[in-house]
Ligand binder design. Sequence first.
Ligand SMILES: Cc1cc2nc3c(=O)[nH]c(=O)nc-3n(C[C@H](O)[C@H](O)[C@H](O)COP(=O)(O)OP(=O)(O)OC[C@H]3O[C@@H](n4cnc5c(N)ncnc54)[C@H](O)[C@@H]3O)c2cc1C
Ligand code: FES
Length: 267
Amino acid sequence: MTPSARRPGDGHEHPGQWAETSRCRVAGARRFGAFTALEVLAPAITREARPGQFVMVTVPGGGFLLRRPLSIFTARGDRLGLLVEARGPGSERLAAVGVGEALEVAGPLGSAFPAADLRSALLVGGGIGCAPLQFLADALGATGVVVTAAFGFRDARQARATGAFDIARLWVTTEDGSVGRRGMVTDLLAAVDVPPSTTVFCCGPAAMIAAVQRWTATEGLRGYASLEAHMACGVGACHGCVVATTRGALRVCSEGPVFPLDEVVTG
Ligand SMILES: Cc1cc2nc3c(=O)[nH]c(=O)nc-3n(C[C@H](O)[C@H](O)[C@H](O)COP(=O)(O)OP(=O)(O)OC[C@H]3O[C@@H](n4cnc5c(N)ncnc54)[C@H](O)[C@@H]3O)c2cc1C
Ligand code: FES
């Protein structure tokens, strides 16, 4: 175990966060179309992790200066689940790791989805943005919250990711209509019958988050969004991940990635 960043409360003007970096053995790797679901042995991380948080993962093999942020997909016992979509060289290498390899993982990092005092939750995900929602569904389901999920994918290959999820009430859309309903996931929202006390949680492309924000405002529903940004340090030090919010420019890695939906400034 080695320290990866400053400790909280170290006197810096904008305190960052600190997390151990653990060397974790890959115990499982399953492919689902464009996605790979990894299980790594990381008891120190799963013990602390809360839904919505992420980890910074070193890309193995050398040649990658920056660690890559990945959402915590599941935290079951000592197994940390990660869902990786190969988008570029770093995520391609991570998606290809095999059982028995080791990954350097720092976390858990960032803010969590508020999961207390809920009765009904609607989880809305687009593409790889679905990744943090399984851990949330697990946590909410364990406390008796009624969970409904609506996931949107580009096509059948991307929609194979649903095989990695375990959510009983799951609606799926694809843009080309090859799986589930044709269209965008946000087209589904009006059709999903949820009680007025429902809290909405979303993660995905900016246009999807903007559409969910408009819908929750119209329906008078409370919501939270998990945002993505390009990250360098992942711990609040470089300010490379700031996004506009109604509270000013905030860092996705440390004030986020989870923000109240009505605070997100959408283009
Ligand atoms: C909080 C957070 C959680 C994330 N969770 C996951 C996850 O669970 N699973 C997963 O597969 N990916 C996740 N990502 C995105 C992932 O970190 C990037 O896809 C990855 O770092 C890209 O690295 P690369 O070397 O493969 O690609 P690069 O060569 O760096 O980029 C390839 C393509 O991906 C785009 N890209 C790179 N980084 C991001 C980013 N942060 N957000 C959006 N687009 C990006 C680039 O613009 C480019 O088009 C998350 C990102 C954040 C910020
Ligand atoms: S402050 Fe460095 S990535 Fe967020």
